[in-house]
Design a protein around this ligand. Sequence first.
Ligand SMILES: [Zn+2]
Length: 706
Amino acid sequence: MKKGLPKRQKKYILYRAERTRIREMKTRLMKTYEDITFKESKDNDLKRENANIDGDTAMGTMLKYGSEGAKQFCEMFLLKPEHAEAHKNGDIHIHDLDFYILTTTCCQIDIVKLFKNGFSTGHGYLREPNDIQSYSALACIAIQSNQNDQHGGQSIPNFDYGMALGVAKTYSRLYRQNLAKGLELLLGMKDASTLVNMVSKKLEDEDGLYPTLVPNERYLDKERKHLLEFIPDVKLINKVQSFAIEKAQAETDRNTYQAMEAFIHNLNTMHSRAGAQVPFSSINYGTDISPEGRLVIKNLLLATEAGLGNGETPIFPVQIFKVKEGINYNAGDPNYDMFKLACRVSAKRMFPNFAFLDAPFNLKYYRPGRPETEVAYMGCRTRVIGNVYDPSREIVYGRGNLSFTTINLPRIALRSNNDISKFFTELDEKIDLVIDQLLERFEIQARKKVKNFPFLMGQGVWIDSDKLGWEDEVREVLKHGTLSVGFIGLAECLKALTGKHHGESEESQKLGLKIIGHMRKRMDEASQKCKMNFTLLATPAEGLAGRFVKMDRKIYGSIEGVTDREYYTNSFHVPVYYEINAFDKIRIEAPYHELTNAGHITYIEVDGDPKQNLKAFEKIIRAMKEAGIGYGAVNHPIDRDPVCGYTGIIGNTCPYCGREEGEIKFERIRRITGYLVGTLDRFNDAKREEERDRVKHMSFKSQNMR
Ligand SMILES: [Zn+2]
């Protein structure tokens, strides 16, 4: 604004500018609505912003109207002008802007606590479940209910521990049933269940004993004594007990398999968010060494391996196998067989991913026998465990990310003209801007009340929310969550600064670690200053991958290795197009995992069918663990012919039935920002190109590693 203008004139100019802005916004919004209404999603990138939403359906379209309207409302009326400007011009990206005034990102649900004493979904009260089938069904309902209160994902960090309780109840019931059946058969008793129930109630009340999956000698002894009072034949009782154990074990195994199968099926078919998509769900498991927990892990993996009804690869839940020395990593560890099975299933279905509890930055929270201290990851790579707000609660349960905003690193590099100190000065400015913006958003979130989150807060899912009343502000309990600054395109940023990215030069790698290390240091300082959890995120940029680069190319032109592709490289990853072998990629990316405490993931792309070489597959996972990676996964092509059901690699013709791809397309499952997607059609343009550019880091075709 020019100085010296009369006050009234100044006011008028401001008024005019404001009117123009609002007019333009209105036009822009209506244009957006027009595109949503009349363009098919294959022609409209907006409709493919999120690959898990079908933009061609009525509810998918309705969701888009709401989303685009909300975004523009926030830009116009809620954001501070400097935040709106930085977001609009592509310096930063405020994620999930459509939910800015509504909710938080994600949460890790303690399923044990939720099930104890039952819970309400808002449409009815559900009692504490009594067998593994209802445990798995209620786990789905919990995930679905929570999805309606949050815009990100819901994770169950203790899936094996939680479901194990259901297995125990199922076994106990089946053992009694079979005991009664055996007695009826051998003794011709009319109703042996009355006797069995009486005896088992006595054992429960007097000795606190139950039938257990791994037979408990004390239980069997006492039960025998009681039964002898009615049936004076010890040989016969022994026989019936053995029969009951054998049958109950087999039936529990089968019921658990069916429950896990149903769980996976439900999560791939149930809808939430106005019916537009299945909930974003993740589960972590692998460390429960109880017989019941092991049965859950085994059957979940087997059901995943078998696939959905027609053998399709399940897209949800994102599965994360927790790897831990002494538990499942080495031969002789109690769950080593589960780790082996996890590798086998992942080699076929791309899930589970692997979380490494021994990485020093994860291990420091680990307390044996306390599952809530085992780091867990959420599908999109989110990690929440440290807690500056309350250091006595450094746990995963009931906590999640509040919001995150990503900084456009390549732009800062381009702007600073190879001047490193100028780069850091501007990076600091952007970090300050984003911290301020995250705090602004927190202020909006903090003023919400428990009643605004009927499930998340109303049912005590979020940590300490059970201590609040319906009308209470959620401010204090939200402080257990994280506010995250993310980044994209470290590779392009380094290329712009030094001419080489971190895969190409050790010098660039050093600079890369300096940049990301600096960002982390700034997060730690902000955390101490505000006594809140500011964390650094390796952003899972899906919609964002193409947005920044398009804008930067307009300003700076097409620069080789920086702006000449349709996407910026995800977070700290070595570019997908760069030829590098698996072990070098792991070595280069590993140190960034320690720095990105809000979440990270490393992918290795392999060629061919890893099922044919499980040893090599396991070698990749072990290399990740040894290198100090926190969370990793292996990507490999999974194709399926829907006509004959063949799953494997399909070129132009199906190797099983010889069919060529005609009207009925082959399904090609690929991973996009942590989620599997069943069809490339739903990838946005930038992600399609990125997928095309991906080079393999190891080949299982020829056994030898590149
Ligand atoms: Zn076929």
